[in-house]
Write a protein that binds this ligand. Structure first.
Ligand code: HEC
Ligand code: HEC
Length: 472
């Protein structure tokens, strides 16, 4: 039955061409009435709350068995011998990435910004003002803990609002956060010595495709990504991971080369593994006290096989097809997207390498190879400026080559389904934007010219552009 349906899709494939001037326009394959392929053979047709966490059509047999195992580890962590904590930021991958999306940021669900039951559902990066980490707290604030152990501190966010108007008179408002940490478990850190920056979880749309990208295509894009007339010039991030200097792709500053399974288990959740054998709170006074009482926190808690299954799970997820592609407003909105030059950073079409991707432990996923994909990102860093409300999109935090004001273009595929999958429309690296309009209006620096074109459009053109984004 399933293969009959697939044959039907195959037979009904035909190509629609949108505007063909210069590089304006994507050649979409409309796979069935109103839907277009987003990621070749990994495209799925779902617009439900499971649109991000459904397997790609090629996931069958043993791959499916491993997919399900990865799914369970992702949602619950290893069930036997739970190695969670003793301190942690989230109790499982899925606690922050609900339905492999982005769990509602706590800054918006609670008055104090610390979330229901204190869960921030974000990563709170902390350091001294001089960039050094605190011996007792490390790089990430762990505001959760297992029974009998104290969380490292309590996180609070304060909101700051300002009202603006579009030239056509439509009002909009922007909001940004400032943060505070109280109730430190040990030495209190003076606010003057504390630097805080916050990241809300990224959606897992197209993780396998991102890992199967050809670094040469991205590097060529960086060489080409230079549009002085719009002030745009993207560049690559490079980092050394597992002893190899390589192109960064994942994370808000493209600061990682892989899907951070090992790092996530270690730094976010407190599990130890062969790559990160030390507990994250190693050296904390309460760890030393535990050790004196004969408690050992140092057994390896997730195996490489476990982590490869989680890696496989994320890379084998299907990418939701584009919807409503023939809707006249959506089509007009797409033209507006090009008119506002959004596509110079949110690059519409890329390709995966012939061999597909290779997982953490060496397993290959050939199905991800040789695909034409529409991620709406160049995976490059752009200076997003510091003009707006005196803060802009600058967190003064350096990650690899990325400076404080530089961010990776967020892939927009699947963005229109975030409301259905996660129940909210908070966007940008720290979740400060409450809707798509606010997300666009925060674009500064290299995004300034593009933002201004959007700003000067008529309300109906802006709305059409938003309708287009919601079709992704
Ligand atoms: C405490 C919340 C939290 C937990 C728990 C968590 N993440 Fe994340 N995740 C985030 C945040 C926040 C980001 C963005 C980080 C950044 O850009 O600095 C992120 C980013 C990612 C990305 C990058 C996606 C992209 O588009 O580049 C991947 C992949 C990922 N997480 C996988 C995992 C896995 C696997 C686990 C479990 C082992 C996990 N995460 C656990 C919060 C979390
Ligand atoms: C100079 C490159 C550049 C241009 C031009 C650009 N963007 Fe972006 N866009 C980015 C970067 C980088 C981010 C991530 C910023 C952050 O999270 O702080 C982003 C984030 C976004 C987001 C939020 C995504 C999310 O999930 O959080 C949306 C929506 C968006 N852009 C839409 C647009 C639209 C629409 C246009 C055209 C009007 C546009 N962008 C033009 C680089 C660009």
């Amino acid at each position: 039955m399933k293969s009959a349906i697939r044959l039907f899709f195959f037979l009904s494939v035909y190509v629609i061409m949108f505007s063909s001037c210069e590089d304006d326009g994507v050649e979409y394959v409309e796979a069935k009435e109103g839907y277009a392929l987003s990621a070749g053979t990994s495209t799925i047709y779902s617009s439900t709350s499971h649109a991000y966490d459904t397997e790609a059509p090629w996931v069958t047999g043993t791959t499916f068995t491993r997919f399900n195992r990865g799914d369970q580890l992702y949602d619950d962590g290893p069930t036997e011998n739970s190695g969670l904590g003793p301190v942690y930021a989230g109790y499982s991958c899925g606690s922050c990435h609900h339905n492999t999306g982005s769990t509602t940021p706590a800054m918006w669900t609670s008055k104090e910004g610390s979330g229901v039951a204190g869960m921030t559902t974000a990563l709170v990066y902390i350091s001294r003002k001089n960039g050094k980490f605190f011996q007792n707290y490390g790089r990430v604030l762990h505001d959760q803990s297992i029974y009998g152990v104290k969380p490292e501190g309590k996180f609070k966010a304060e909101k700051h609002y300002e009202d603006f108007t579009f030239p056509d008179g439509e009002p909009y408002q922007l909001c940004y956060f400032t943060y505070e940490i109280t109730e430190w478990y040990a030495d209190s850190i003076a606010p003057e010595d504390l630097f805080i920056t916050v990241r809300t979880p990224l959606r897992h749309v197209g993780m396998g495709q991102m890992m199967a990208l050809d670094p040469k295509e991205i590097e060529a894009l960086a060489a080409k990504s230079n549009y002085p007339e719009y002030g745009i010039s993207g560049r690559c991030n490079y980092i050394t991971e597992r002893g190899k200097y390589q192109l960064g792709l994942s994370g808000n500053k493209a600061q990682h080369a892989d899907l951070t399974v090992e790092l996530g288990f270690s730094s976010d959740m407190g599990y130890t593994s062969s790559r990160f054998p030390e507990e994250i709170c190693e050296g904390q006074t309460q760890m030393n006290e535990g050790a004196m009482m004969g408690l050992s926190y140092n057994e390896l808690e997730v195996t490489t096989e476990d982590m490869e299954d989680v890696d496989l799970y994320m890379q084998a997820l299907g990418v939701p097809a584009r919807r409503n592609v023939n809707d006249p407003t959506v089509k007009r909105g797409e033209q507006m997207f090009y008119k506002a030059k959004c596509h110079l950073c949110h690059v519409t079409t890329l390709h995966t390498r012939p061999g597909g991707s290779t997982l953490l432990n060496g397993t290959r996923l050939p199905w991800l190879g040789n695909q034409t994909i529409h991620p709406y990102s160049d995976y490059l860093l752009h200076d997003m400026g510091s003009e707006i409300m005196g803060v802009g999109l600058n967190d003064n935090y350096v990650s690899g080559l990325a400076r404080g004001n530089e961010w990776r273009t967020t892939p927009l595929w699947g963005i229109g389904l975030q409301k259905v999958v996660n129940g909210h429309t908070y966007f940008l690296h720290d979740g400060r934007a409450r809707n798509l309009t606010e997300a666009i209006m925060w674009h500064g620096g290299e995004g300034e010219a593009s933002k201004n074109i959007f700003k000067k459009m008529s309300k109906s053109d802006r709305d059409a552009l938003l309708a287009f984004l919601n079709s992704l």
